[in-house]
Write a protein that binds this ligand. Structure first.
Ligand code: PLP
Length: 390
């Protein structure tokens, strides 16, 4: 019955609690993927579940013709915790990206500028606009003709980006850590140069923090660690505490380019999703996840992974990423290793252009014991592979 556009694993899950998912017979799997960077506080966090229940009993949907307290509450929280003055809510990351494309084009309209430069290897979503913005040919293949106005430049290469700029360039979009192509962080010097140059040239800097946001890299949003402020930030994934929600964050000045009638979404800013999102953001701070707990727990995991790399240098080429967004670059098939993890009831993901990166996205709430369990499964897998231990 389900259309075959996903390659699903041979697994069924019907319950989640904390760092674990359970199959119908109650077998537990340690979830180090979290619904692809959704569950930053694990499954069914009590505060988030309570917020969803409370809001669902009160009011599920009202439309954007009216205000509702839940949407205002989350917008206020995001404004308080970030650079932004204004928030637009969508239902997904892709939709928030579309909003950013539209805002950038409206911004450039008076000077005839509409072109956006995105990074090679980037991923921004699946609609026609977001897909065309995505810097991976395989994602766009077979969907032409694509909308004009999208250019690609090498990630982490400021000079090439500057050289690819034309008279029509209005915006540059970057992920602070490229997730889908294999967990590749932006270099600090690169992002800082890009920020200075875009500011000088009146080009908008858009950060796609759909995967890096909500504490995943160790701060609420990754831009804080780069000590830059974007013009537009796009969030989603973890934002809705497990419910579909996306957001575009921007300044008062730029928000004026999307006046009434220029953009919208029937469900965007749904009260239940916003209530869940507000509970999540509050829990991230109230429970001291940011930055202390994430810093200490993620360095414990990183230390374990680096030790593993040192023991199996011919199998593990690199550990990279930021905080709890980790890529383990391997010299054997990442898919095969992901399957071996699954057999040990641990969920990770295989990515990378050459099937060479294991993507590890644990909840920020993992314990030392869960981390140790993960590391001993990893040790078991790598020690079983046919390569000499150094
Ligand atoms: C960086 C980034 N941008 C955009 C998207 C698209 O978000 P969504 O799947 O919610 O539409 C994703 C999803 O993986 C992503 O990782």
């Amino acid at each position: 019955m389900l259309l075959g556009n996903y390659s699903r694993e041979p697994l069924v899950f019907e319950k989640g609690r904390g760092s674990y998912l359970f199959d119908p017979s109650g077998v537990a799997y340690l979830d180090f993927l979290g619904g692809i960077a959704i569950h930053v506080l694990g499954h069914c966090h009590p505060g988030i579940t309570h917020a969803i229940q409370k809001q669902a009993q009160r009011m599920v949907h009202v439309s954007n013709l009216y205000y509702n307290p839940a949407v205002v509450d989350l917008a206020e929280l995001l404004v308080e915790k970030t650079f932004a003055d204004k928030v637009f809510f969508s239902n997904s990351g892709t939709e928030a990206i579309e909003a950013a494309i539209k805002l950038a084009r409206r911004y450039g309209a008076s000077s005839g500028r509409y072109e956006m430069i995105s990074m090679e290897g980037s991923f921004h979503g699946r609609t026609l606009g977001a897909m065309t913005l995505t810097g991976q040919a395989k994602v766009r293949e077979g969907f032409g003709p694509l909308p004009p106005g999208f250019l690609y430049a090498p990630f982490n290469d400021f000079d090439k980006i500057r050289a690819s700029r034309t008279a029509n360039t209005v915006a540059v979009i970057v992920e602070p850590v490229q997730g889908e192509i294999g967990v590749i962080p932006a270099e600090t010097d690169f992002l800082q140069k890009l920020r200075r140059w875009t500011q000088e040239e009146d080009i908008l800097l858009i950060l796609d923090e759909i995967q890096t946001g909500l504490g995943r890299t160790g701060t609420l949003f990754a831009y804080e660690q780069y000590e830059i402020v974007p013009d537009i930030l796009v969030s989603s994934k973890a934002l809705g505490g497990g419910l579909p929600l996306g957001a575009l964050l921007t300044s008062e000045r730029l928000s004026k380019f999307l006046p009434p009638g220029t953009h919208g979404s029937t469900f965007g800013g749904n009260p239940v999703a916003c209530a869940a999102g507000a509970a999540l953001v509050r829990a991230l701070f109230a429970e001291d996840f940011l930055p202390e707990r994430v810093r200490s727990m993620s360095s414990y995991l990183w230390d374990g992974l680096m030790a593993l790399k040192n023991r199996y240098p011919s199998l593990i080429r690199e550990i990279r990423g930021k905080g709890f967004m980790i890529g383990c670059v391997v010299s054997v098939s990442a898919k095969k290793i992901k399957d071996l993890f699954r057999e040990e009831r641990v969920l990770v993901n295989a990515t990378g252009p050459a099937d060479d990166v294991i993507r590890i996205l644990p909840p920020l709430s993992i314990t030392y014991d869960e981390t140790d369990d993960f590391l001993s499964v990893a040790e078991k897998i790598f020690s079983s592979l046919p390569v000499e231990k150094s």
